[in-house]
Ligand binder design. Structure first.
Ligand code: UDP
Length: 200
């Protein structure tokens, strides 16, 4: 079951380890997604426990890489297309909120190892290298190096998690997995892709 770091909501525990139950606003704008994933975890465990179904639950943290949809609304496609087009990089709030971005190849390897394991409890798969969204915008600006592009500030969406970083102790111990691609390298590879799909 492809779960998500969103099950931790706007977390009060940092970094987030699997035993943390999270801080989700059920009726906020993210509630439908978050609670749907939490329910899916609940029902997965129920089928596992009651019906003895062989299950795995991976909690996927922010992931990026080539072939993300340009207009999917996530921060990386937004920033790359804005930087290439020489527009404002729309930083929401003051940009002090953090995320920890995992390169897609690392994520796939982590999920694959979990499938091959016999571990039926949830496992975080993500890269613990945490960064503020403002720093992230600056890294993309430096990489794309378009003098017309700059940071612009927009309102912070309601219930936007302030911090997010996976504790990957379990993935390391149980799966022998940890991310290998540093953000500097992953962003270069991803930029090569966005250059081919976003034309100034
Ligand atoms: N974000 C931003 N500008 C954008 C899109 C997103 O500053 O144009 C911020 C957003 O508020 C959040 C972070 O970037 O704090 C990551 O957002 P994304 O939607 O990519 O993932 P998620 O919030 O699900 O982690």
């Amino acid at each position: 079951m492809a779960s998500t770091s969103e099950v931790y909501g706007d977390p009060l525990v940092h970094p987030q380890y699997e035993e943390y139950w999270g801080n989700v606003n059920p009726i906020g704008p993210r509630g439908v997604y978050d609670e749907a994933k939490r329910f899916l975890e609940a029902i997965t465990m129920a089928y596992h426990t009651f019906h003895k179904v062989d299950t795995r639950i991976v909690r996927i943290f922010n992931t990026y890489g080539p072939r993300m949809r340009v207009e999917d609304g996530r921060v990386l496609p937004a920033f790359f297309s804005q930087a290439i087009l020489g527009q404002g990089l729309t930083v929401f709030g003051d940009g002090s909120q953090t995320r920890s971005f995992c390169y897609v190849d690392d994520l796939v390897e982590g999920i694959y190892r979990l499938l091959l394991s016999d571990y039926d409890q949830p496992v975080n798969v993500g890269n613990p290298d945490e960064i503020t969204i403002l720093q992230f915008a600056e890294e993309i600006l430096a990489l794309v190096n378009n003098p017309d592009a700059k940071v612009v500030y927009k309102p912070l969406p309601q219930d936007d998690p302030k911090i997010r970083q996976p504790d990957i102790t379990k993935a390391k111990e149980i799966l022998g997995w940890e991310p290998k691609v540093p953000r500097s390298e992953g962003l270069k590879r991803t930029y090569e892709y966005f250059k081919t799909v976003v034309k100034p």
